[in-house]
Design a protein around this ligand. Structure first.
Ligand SMILES: NC(=O)c1ccc[n+]([C@@H]2O[C@H](COP(=O)([O-])OP(=O)(O)OC[C@H]3O[C@@H](n4cnc5c(N)ncnc54)[C@H](OP(=O)(O)O)[C@@H]3O)[C@@H](O)[C@H]2O)c1
Length: 194
């Protein structure tokens, strides 16, 4: 099962993409399922503990909450966690990162997890906006140090009607999707080859 943790701008945008694609997903926040509005067919609001039991977790929470999120499990082995955070815009992030790439920091808070950077590059409204298939598929960049998990998320991105582009390791192409680097806030669309 796939779960979204965080029901704010990005969590809701992701939930809408799942609903549109007809893929079931759970969604949770800190305040409980009753606080989450209906986000579409197949989107089930659950307790945080249930969401954390999922194999694939789309982590759509503020960068400053990652440390607390990480402490919810002693061991994240077997989990794929998608890091949607943008540390650059978070207060105090420079002191937290001390020169580290933000997804390396996130991975350090989630010992054992396969961490995949994705869905952080576009504003939530753009991410969720429908695109006429005639125009193309919206590009979602993916970076990870765990290639099998990257393939899994690329497959999910494709199933959501988006175009996955894998950029390699976090310290390779992953740098380009760490805000404010070159591929952040670029609303790119993939069109078929002619
Ligand atoms: N907004 C954008 O357009 C955008 C674009 C790209 C990337 N991002 C990144 O996406 C992340 C989320 O941004 P957002 O704008 O969606 O934030 P947001 O609207 O403030 O929503 C944050 C969500 O995270 C939940 N949360 C906070 N701490 C948590 C914890 N420890 N465990 C579980 N859930 C927790 C909150 O739950 P409660 O509601 O219960 O407090 C809330 O539902 C950020 O890191 C941001 O940098 C945002």
């Amino acid at each position: 099962m796939t779960a979204i943790v965080g029901s704010g701008n990005i969590g809701s945008a992701l939930a809408r993409l799942f609903a549109r694609a007809g893929i079931e997903v759970a969604i949770a926040n800190t305040r409980g399922p009753d606080t989450i509005p209906a986000l579409g067919p197949g989107v089930r609001a659950v307790e945080l503990a249930e969401a954390l039991d999922s194999d694939v977790i789309l982590m759509a929470i503020p960068f400053g909450a990652v440390e607390q999120f990480g402490r919810t499990r002693p061991d994240w082995t077997g989990k794929t966690v998608v890091d949607t955070t943008n540390a650059h815009y978070a207060p105090g992030s420079a002191e937290i990162l001390r020169g580290r790439l933000s997804t390396h920091y996130v991975a350090g808070q989630l010992p054992g997890a396969d961490v995949v950077k994705a869905f952080n590059q576009l504003p939530a409204g753009t991410l969720a906006a429908e695109l006429d298939p005639e125009v193309g598929r919206r590009v979602i960049f993916i970076a990870t140090d765990a290639p099998a998990a990257g393939d899994r998320i690329a497959e999910l991105v494709g199933a959501l009607g988006l175009a996955p582009v894998q950029l390699g390791r976090i310290d390779e192409g992953g740098r380009l999707i760490q805000a404010p680097d070159a591929l952040v806030l670029r609303n790119l669309v993939e069109r078929p080859l002619y």
